[in-house]
Design a protein around this ligand. Structure first.
Ligand SMILES: NC(=O)c1ccc[n+]([C@@H]2O[C@H](COP(=O)([O-])OP(=O)(O)OC[C@H]3O[C@@H](n4cnc5c(N)ncnc54)[C@H](OP(=O)(O)O)[C@@H]3O)[C@@H](O)[C@H]2O)c1
Length: 352
């Protein structure tokens, strides 16, 4: 008999991120899903809300008040909700992965500036590791508390990290043009998600001032002083998926594409979930979120403009997997000493 499975519970299991956690964890060979909360749907089988999980395991939602102790707790709550009950969550489990924004920023003043409220637990900010396994693997292995990054943030950070670290780019300006699907807004309906308003949209919803700029700046700013990053976000006709098209300028316009390849290989060689995609032939020459649906991969591609030194970098993920739940399970694997890829080997679908 092998070792006992890890008992995990999910707070906020009726949401899209919680549903995706369930999809992955119910098939994870070393994990047992103990409880899943939803106050709104307490008592209902999880498959009523997540019909793709029918027949996997008989499991019903419980109220948050009925949560029992477990080995690791996922918090999949709206931004700003988890920090108010941290003592309670910490009493339930020795390890926590929070998918929300509450513990991503290390500076409480940054929280106030970007989220508009006082941080309820600034004393805990330094205890959370920012959950990008490709950059913080050793810290995540040692961590009890991990903050899952925002989805625009993780794809932008992974796309830019090697280039910034190896000083291949001019620090300013770097423009991130993000195109995202509707599932990013979560399950709760709103006027903007109402079908006649959302269908067919190409809606510029955050041309400036996107909150994830704070996380990206926090991660990359230390590698290169005077880094100036700007995001513009557009909602497009897609349920899952996120593509960033990043416009940057090479520090030395003569830098060869081979040098760019080299920087990516140095940082991501051997990293199981990052793929550099830049093909000469075929339809999918550059990263495209459509074929990453359901996978934990981040694909990154690039092209240098023939004159002027502009570098266009393309990064694609499934916002609900590498952008949230899959990345969180990758962190769980590292925190628990499991193989990093356990439970995350779904290769995607084609055609889709
Ligand atoms: N969606 C994405 O693509 C994405 C990407 C990256 C990160 N994230 C992060 O993941 C988190 C969850 O996002 P989501 O898209 O899954 O949201 P969602 O679909 O709106 O789900 C929110 C969940 O939180 C529960 N909830 C709400 N307020 C609560 C409270 N005060 N106490 C206990 N439970 C509460 C809801 O349960 P009830 O059934 O009881 O209402 C629901 O299960 C967010 O912080 C988001 O930033 C999401």
């Amino acid at each position: 008999m092998g070792p006992d499975p890890l008992d995990v519970s999910i707070v906020g299991g009726s949401g899209y991120a919680g549903g995706e956690l369930l999809r992955i964890l119910l098939r994870h060979p070393r994990v047992r899903v103990k409880q899943v909360t939803s106050n709104r749907c307490a008592g209902q089988p999880v498959a009523v809300l997540h019909p793709n999980l029918r027949g996997l395991k008989p499991l019903s939602f419980v109220r948050v008040d009925d949560l029992e102790p477990c080995d690791l707790l996922f918090l999949a709550l709206p931004n700003g909700a988890s920090m108010h009950d941290m003592d309670g969550w910490m009493a339930k489990a020795p390890k926590i992965i929070d998918l929300g924004a509450d513990f991503r920023l290390r500076d409480k003043d940054h929280w106030k500036r970007w989220y508009g409220s006082e941080h309820a637990r600034p004393d805990l900010l330094s205890r959370f590791v920012y959950g990008v396994p490709e950059i913080h693997e050793d810290e995540i292995r040692q961590a009890n508390y991990v903050a899952g990054p925002g989805c625009e943030a993780i794809v932008s950070i992974l796309s830019l990290f090697p280039l910034v670290k190896h000083r291949l780019l001019k620090p300013s300006p770097i423009i991130i043009d993000a195109k995202m699907g509707s599932s990013q807004a979560g399950r709760t309906p709103s006027e903007s998600s109402h079908h006649p308003e959302r269908a067919g949209a190409v809606r510029s919803y955050k041309p400036t001032g996107h909150r994830h700029a704070a996380e990206i700046g926090q991660e990359l700013g230390g590698l290169c002083p005077n880094l100036s990053l700007h995001i513009s976000a557009t909602a497009i006709e897609m349920v899952r998926g996120l593509l960033v098209t990043i416009h940057a300028f090479l520090d030395d316009p003569e830098t060869d594409e081979k040098d760019i390849w080299k920087a990516y290989r140095r940082e991501y060689g051997g990293k199981p979930f990052v793929r550099i995609v830049k093909q000469n032939q075929g339809l999918y020459r550059f990263p495209e979120p459509k074929i990453l649906q359901g996978t934990n991969h981040c694909e990154i591609g690039f092209e240098k403009e023939s004159a002027g030194g502009r570098l266009v970098v393309l990064g694609a993920i499934d916002n609900l997997v590498k952008g949230t739940a899959g990345n969180a399970v990758q962190c769980l694997n590292l925190m628990s000493g499991f193989p990093e890829t356990e439970g995350l080997d779904f290769p995607g679908l084609h055609p889709v």
